[in-house]
Design a protein around this ligand. Structure first.
Ligand code: ADP
Ligand code: MG
Length: 255
């Protein structure tokens, strides 16, 4: 390694270290001033550091699959206001520590939006963790039984955004509501929760199986919150129906 590479290496400017010859050639071909060249080099390093950070954040978030807001078709889901989604995608709600509830029947895009907003959060530099209500509660229950609840609560309290998918698909076991309450309390006013559910907030008492604990949980969650209620039909069914309409038999009928 020559002196320059060695120094770039020490400064951990890895992209510059690896690409310096090409970048110098490009700067010279474009007849950049010294200032322009330095700006250009910094930009390259920052962009690749950002890319690596986002990639790592996405890996650590443990999303079930990858989805973006650009992939969401608003025409297919008229009950969602694109302006509200754009506002949510700025992540101001996370900066404020607010909660976000995405409610609606199966297949309307709740998990899609949760993952997409999680990506935006990571891009903005917020640590994010995705889990399902079932997985979260199984984990907290076994930690509780094995006397290591504190550690697990700390784990789930750490990320700035915790996404809890599919609350209400399964009713809570006894004890679970209490564990969930402890988690929500630990995170309260420290980090944001994004929760998706197929049940309306009014039905959460039933889901938690304990109206008193449910009230305490909702009290904290709804204090500073945004609620998006999605109506309408499942995207998957819609796609199926569409392909049905386009089937050869239908076309024959129309002509
Ligand atoms: P939910 O979590 O509400 O049950 P999902 O988010 O899992 O629904 O959506 C089911 C599938 O349909 C996913 O693959 C998702 O990407 C897709 N999908 C749902 N709504 C839309 C939409 N409006 N635009 C594009 N894809 C959508
Ligand atoms: Mg889902």
């Amino acid at each position: 390694m020559d002196d320059l590479s060695e120094m770039l290496n020490r400064l951990k400017l890895i992209t510059l270290r690896d690409r310096i010859e090409n970048l110098l050639t490009e700067a010279s071909n474009k007849e950049m001033t010294l200032r322009e060249a330095l700006t250009f080099f910094c930009k390259q390093e920052i962009e690749s550091k950002d890319d690596r950070r986002i990639e790592m954040g996405i890996r650590m978030a443990r999303f079930p699959w990858s989805r973006s807001l650009e992939q969401f078709e608003y025409e297919a889901q008229p009950s969602i206001d694109p302006r509200q989604m754009r506002e949510l995608s700025t992540c101001r709600w996370i900066a404020n520590g607010d909660a976000l509830l995405l409610l609606g029947p199966p297949g309307v895009g709740k998990t899609h939006l949760a993952v997409a907003l999680g990506r935006e959060a990571i891009k903005e530099g917020y640590t994010t963790l995705f889990t399902t209500a079932a997985r979260l509660l199984t984990d907290l229950s076994s930690a509780h039984q094995e006397n290591r609840l504190e550690g697990r609560l700390r784990h789930y309290a750490k990320p700035k955004l915790l996404i809890i998918d599919e609350l209400g698909y399964l009713p809570f076991e006894p004890q679970a509501a209490h564990l969930f309450f402890q988690l929500v309390s630990q995170r309260y006013e420290r980090g944001s929760c994004l929760i998706t559910s197929n049940r309306s907030v009014g039905e959460w008492g039933e889901v938690f199986g304990d109206p008193v604990v449910a009230t305490a949980i909702l009290d904290r969650l709804l204090h500073h919150s945004h609620v998006v209620t999605i109506k309408g039909e499942s995207y998957r069914l819609r796609e199926k129906r569409r392909s049905g309409l386009l089937s050869p038999s239908c076309q024959t009928k129309e002509t």
